[in-house]
Design a protein around this ligand. Structure first.
Ligand code: IFM
Length: 464
């Protein structure tokens, strides 16, 4: 299984589970953030989301029906350890036990992410990611989950998109916990880099035959004006900030200080020996790509001197997130991460699109734009594979429409439509398309293997 190209779908706990305080779960930073006025579009909140906690068996059947045999989901830390540290909530942990068993019973491989942004609120009250104690809190959480599920789950991811949750949550304040400024951002960033590496080490130590990685958001960056030297400098800075910030320390290159001198302010939070603590050797990395960014020099941004020019103002095809549809971006990212010699395997652990979906009078959702988007992006993934690049699998974001963080429920990323009033699931045409595509590609793969086997046998018969 480890060496075949895997096809799957990805989800995350807060975005689908619901069950805000079910069975002893306590608040996460997202539960708290959603209570604040005007932080989330339409003041939506994830209290119920897709109620996956209660519908998981049905949702696993959907996967089975579609022939999708790799399922990425995350664990809610406050469901398992309600106050982040201290007592374990066995009822919460049992949910994941049942979920894993349900996957395995249906021949679906579980891929677990430990941290997809829902920090226990109790830890945030103690400083959250800005408090260096997070290293031991996170390590204990990792141990608890690994000991419970590691006998059956081999595929693990430590963090989801650290650039996003530190930047949006601790610098810009637009994601939970809504903190702003350098004094929050720098310690959060450094402690996250340590936990990223330590999580990998702990999982590898505790789980026999484990396959451990961590994920990174990434986007191809183009200059607004390819002939402008200043725009090219801006591209390199934004590239360092959004594509290299966490991957390079992990593989021993340190933080990209050359392009981003302001990162030297991290030193204030570094202790002797930390350069070693931020390093680890994962079995794979996950890359998550949706779009590209176009960047230009800007004096208005005093630190970065660079500005992202959004898709709307460039008048290009885009999704409801205002993200440009640019399939080559995923190819360029696979190529970029292939150039790090320490990276041995790469999975696309998220890719997908939110478009306006309409349920027609027959109750069907003909989401042609999403199908085209997926066909073109997956085409670029296969292009990289055919060119011999390391690329080992693809996870579509997402199985279900879900809670899209500060955007609320309006953007629908699912290949399965969710009616949030009654929790009815309807497979969109993109779901059927992805299902047929996987079946077809697996058939072709089997045919190829059969042919190779026949060739080998006929050669050895001749030899004999
Ligand atoms: O929904 C998010 C996910 O939680 C992290 N990656 C990007 C997705 C779409 O915005």
């Amino acid at each position: 299984m480890k060496d075949e190209f895997v096809w799957g779908v990805a989800t995350s706990a807060y975005q689908i589970e619901g069950g805000k305080f079910a069975d002893g779960k306590r608040a996460s930073i997202w539960d708290e953030f959603c209570k604040r006025k005007n932080k989330i579009q339409h003041n939506h909140k994830g209290d119920h989301a897709c109620d996956f906690l209660y519908h998981y068996k049905n949702d696993i059947q959907l996967l089975k029906h579609l022939g999708i045999d790799n399922f990425r989901f995350s664990i809610s830390w406050p469901r398992v350890i309600p106050f982040g540290d201290g007592f374990i909530n066995h009822k919460g942990l049992d949910f994941y036990d049942r979920l894993v068993d349900e996957c395995l019973k249906n021949d679906i491989n579980p891929w677990i992410t430990l941290y997809h942004w829902d920090l226990p609120h109790a830890l945030e009250l103690k400083g959250g990611w800005t408090n260096r104690d997070i290293i031991s809190w996170f390590n204990r959480y990792t141990e608890v989950v690994a000991k419970k599920l590691g006998d059956r789950v081999k595929n693990w991811m430590v963090l989801n998109e650290p650039v996003v949750f530190t930047g949006a949550g601790y610098y810009l304040g637009v994601h939970a916990p809504g903190r702003k400024g350098e004094s929050n951002y720098f310690p959060a960033l450094h402690h996250t880099a340590i936990c990223q590496a330590q999580g990998i080490k702990t999982l590898k130590e505790l789980i026999k035959d484990s396959h451990v990685g961590t994920t990174f958001s990434c986007s191809h960056i183009s200059p607004m004006n390819a002939n402008s030297e200043k725009d090219i400098i801006a591209v390199n800075k934004v590239d360092a900030l959004i594509n290299r910030l966490f991957v390079e320390p992990l593989f021993g290159y340190g933080y990209p200080i050359h392009e981003l001198p302001f990162l030297s302010r991290l030193e204030k939070y570094m202790l002797p020996g930390d350069n070693k603590l931020i390093k680890a050797t994962p079995d794979f990395i996950g890359i998550q790509n949706y779009t590209r960014e176009v960047v230009k020099h800007s004096i208005i941004q005093p630190v970065l001197k660079a500005k992202i020019v959004d898709a709307k103002s460039r008048n290009v095809e885009s999704t409801v997130m205002n993200w440009e549809v640019y399939p080559e971006s995923i190819y360029e990212m696979i190529k970029k991460f292939n150039s790090y010699r320490h990276i041995s395997k790469i999975y696309v652990t998220e890719n997908g699109a939110a478009f306006k979906d309409e349920v027609n009078s027959n109750g069907e959702i003909n989401d042609e734009k999403r199908i085209k988007y997926l066909r073109d992006y997956i085409g670029q993934v296969l292009r990289a594979k055919e060119e011999g690049m390391k690329i080992n699998g693809y996870f579509l974001w997402s199985l279900l429409d879900n809670f899209e963080w500060s955007e609320g429920f309006a953007p629908r990323f699912g290949i399965v439509h969710v009616n949030y009033k009654n929790q009815k699931r309807t497979i969109k045409n993109s779901g059927y398309w992805y299902s047929d595509f996987i079946k077809q590609i697996k058939l072709e793969e089997m045919e190829k293997q059969k042919q190779t086997l026949q060739e080998v046998m006929s050669v050895s018969e001749q030899d004999f």
